[in-house]
Design a protein around this ligand. Structure first.
Ligand code: PRX
Length: 649
């Protein structure tokens, strides 16, 4: 291509002319660039219009084309003669293994698609999944996509209550679950929570429950239940995938926002698949014939959707999926898996790295990790110490590290270095990918000025529509506009703070709203607060994310008890324990507060807004900041005086 090469700071993209061209093409002809990425997929009917932004902020990408996400993930590779390539290398936590070629996965998925059709599921129907990390989960997701059903995966760590609200919100017709899964060395029940969610006539939209047998544990059996194997054994192995409109809904995935109610983020087919396949190929420098890829995310989160299911399979990758936790039977497990399967691309979260760092580098001693060439990080800012440890101890100082910034809403990676094109920097996500335009803006929406010493911090925005962007919040178009598009009209507000360094590289600074990040999992303070006040002891609650060495943030809750209800209540320590268990039951173990402090007042401004900044000071053991805007400044003194007691455990 003609034209000047990018001259960004320390970018060494000039050593990779192919990547230089990618950046240049995306800059000079953005839509042409995206059309080219989309055309690497198989279209049942080609598109003629790349982007329709007339109904902004709801984008329509490739709208007159027809496509099938499952066909792209499976049939296409088999038809191209790659049916014998391994798609999934499954490792169960107890050590059982199973591998599926693309041809195997296609046969199973066709069978599953026919089983769903036999249960009355049709294009556009919603199907909830509540599953462990096993091959059937991937098959169930692809079977939904194959017939145009919209999947809504609910992370297996969420409680029955959380599952129920998500099923109701999406009006799902079917739940796919398993008896249980292996986690932390034991069989952990899942169907049990589905039974609870559906009990007492709840979730009336559900007509059937499909149950995979994973652990063989005892399960109660209800009228709506069918074993997965029974449904599949009678199903035909032939199924012809039809093309759906590019904007046909592919899935809903619930995520936390600033209010108590989780948001059902909606993604559609053609744009999403374009985004995930392009970024997976580019950011991980994928060589499908030789790489073995492993992303440790659970399929209950967006990373599992984009970089376990759709991205890698659309690209014909061979990948590992592992059911359990990294410490079973010991913290050597992940490194044994990498050695065993010769993993070359590895993608995980900083929390995991920090946990390993704490245990020490002995966990990798004697392991042959020489197959690794690319290491990815996602979900939270990676601190330079963890980055360096990852680079030196896991990557033996020779692997490329890609710190990838993105969100459930963006569908695919937005900001990341590209391997072998960047001089990477511990702690910086560096640049938006080709095709993605971002800014950092101040309170008024004016882009912050980058100087020789860097820039001021500001709000991260995305300035042009991109194919894998969310198309809305399920059932709540107003919230979609208000949350993302009203603060700076025309720009997507990511909800993260960021700044540039002197080279123009981007550093993420964490959330600017009431969303907290615990071990890379996104939680809403409001959701935890509403769970707490549902308990009859609690009159008022305020939740903050306090800095944590390993999990990035930890949940600390301040509660005011109802005087009329606590006459017979136990001591504060027991109250704390009971309320923490209560939150686990209401939302799930990931939302369990590290600490609950009983207080008599909460710090509020004169307009009644809780000043979380001050509570965060308390939770992090810092001197308390400016209290002049408080309605009653003695509140903080009272809280501080109480504070000597440590965490609940
Ligand atoms: O705050 C950012 C953080 O995770 C948020 C998105 O969370 P979720 O939708 O659950 O998706 C997580 C997996 C993509 C963002 O708003 N985040 C994600 N990746 C990074 C990050 N923060 C800093 N650096 C990252 N690489």
């Amino acid at each position: 291509m003609e034209g000047p090469l990018p001259t960004w700071g320390i970018l060494t993209v000039m050593e990779r002319p192919d990547l230089a061209n990618l950046y240049r093409q995306a800059e000079t002809d953005r839509l042409g660039f995206w059309a080219e990425q989309a055309n690497r997929l198989y279209w049942h009917e080609p598109f003629t219009q790349t982007l329709d932004w007339t109904q902004a902020p709801v984008a329509r990408w490739f709208a007159d084309g027809k496509i099938n996400a499952c066909f792209n993930a499976l049939d296409r590779h088999v038809l191209a003669g790659n049916g014998e390539r391994v798609a999934l290398l499954f490792e169960g936590e107890p050590g059982d293994t199973k591998s599926f070629t693309y041809a195997d996965l296609l046969t199973e998925t066709k069978r599953a698609a026919n089983a769903l059709l036999a249960l009355g599921i049709r294009s556009g129907d919603r199907v909830a999944l509540y599953m462990p990390m096993i091959p059937e989960t991937v098959i169930a997701i692809l079977a939904c996509a194959r017939i145009g059903a919209v999947h809504s995966v609910v992370f297996g760590g969420f409680s029955a209550d959380s599952l129920r609200t998500r099923i109701d919100d999406a009006q799902a017709k079917l739940v796919i679950t398993s008896d249980g899964g292996y986690r932390k060395g034991k069989a952990h029940p899942l169907k049990d929570a589905v039974d609870h969610a559906l009990s007492a006539g709840n979730c009336p939209s559900i007509e059937n429950v499909l149950v995979v047998k994973r652990t063989g544990m005892d399960v109660a059996w209800n009228e709506k239940d069918t074993w997965w194997t029974d449904a599949l054994s009678t199903a035909d192995t032939e199924h012809v995938a039809e093309g759906f409109d590019a904007e046909h809904p592919l899935f809903i995935l619930y995520t936390s926002g600033t209010t108590g109610k989780p948001k059902g983020i909606l993604h559609t087919t053609g744009g999403y698949l374009t985004g995930v396949s392009y970024t997976h190929r580019t950011v991980f420098d994928l060589k499908p014939e030789s790489d073995v890829y492993w992303c440790t995310a659970d399929v209950g989160w967006i990373t599992g959707h984009s970089y376990v299911v759709y991205g890698p399979l659309a690209n014909g990758a061979t990948q590992v999926i592992y059911e359990g936790t990294p410490d079973i039977p010991t913290f050597e497990r992940w490194w044994q898996i990498i050695e065993k399967y010769k993993v070359s691309i590895f993608y995980t979260a900083p929390t995991a790295i920090r946990t390993f760092m704490k245990i020490g580098k002995e966990i990798v001693s004697g392991k042959d990790l020489s197959s690794l060439r690319i290491l990815g990080s996602v979900g939270e800012p990676i601190n330079p110490e963890a980055w360096l440890w990852y680079h030196e101890v896991i990557g033996n100082s020779r692997c490329e590290i890609v710190d990838t910034w993105w969100q459930t809403e963006t569908g695919s990676i937005m900001i990341s270095p590209i391997p072998f094109a960047f001089k990477t920097k511990p702690g910086s996500t560096q640049r938006p990918l080709p095709g993605i335009n971002t800014s950092i803006v101040d309170e008024d929406g004016t882009p912050v000025v980058q100087t020789d010493s860097g820039s001021a911090a500001g709000y991260l925005t995305i300035d042009e529509p991109w194919p894998s962007m969310l198309r809305g919040i399920w059932g709540d178009p107003e919230r979609f506009i208000e949350t993302y598009w009203s603060r700076f009209p025309g720009k997507y507000l990511a909800g993260d703070g960021a700044r540039y360094d002197r080279d123009g590289d981007i550093w993420l600074l964490g959330r600017i709203d009431d969303v907290i990040n615990v071990s890379g999992h996104r939680l809403s303070t409001a959701e935890i607060e509403s769970a707490l006040v549902e308990h009859h002891w609690v009159a008022e609650a305020a939740v903050v994310g306090a800095k944590d060495e390993v999990t990035e943030q930890a949940i600390v809750a301040f509660v005011i008890l109802r005087q009329d209800e606590i006459a017979d209540a136990p001591d504060e320590e027991t109250i704390g324990k009971i309320l923490r268990t209560w939150v686990t039951e209401k939302i799930g173990a990931i939302a369990r507060p590290r600490q609950i402090m009983v207080v008599t007042e909460l710090p509020k401004t004169r307009s009644g807004k809780i000043m979380r900044r001050l509570l965060r000071d308390v939770a992090e053991g810092r001197p308390i900041g400016d209290v002049t805007t408080l309605a009653d400044s003695s509140v903080m003194t009272a809280i501080n005086d109480k504070l000597s007691a440590g965490a609940n455990d």
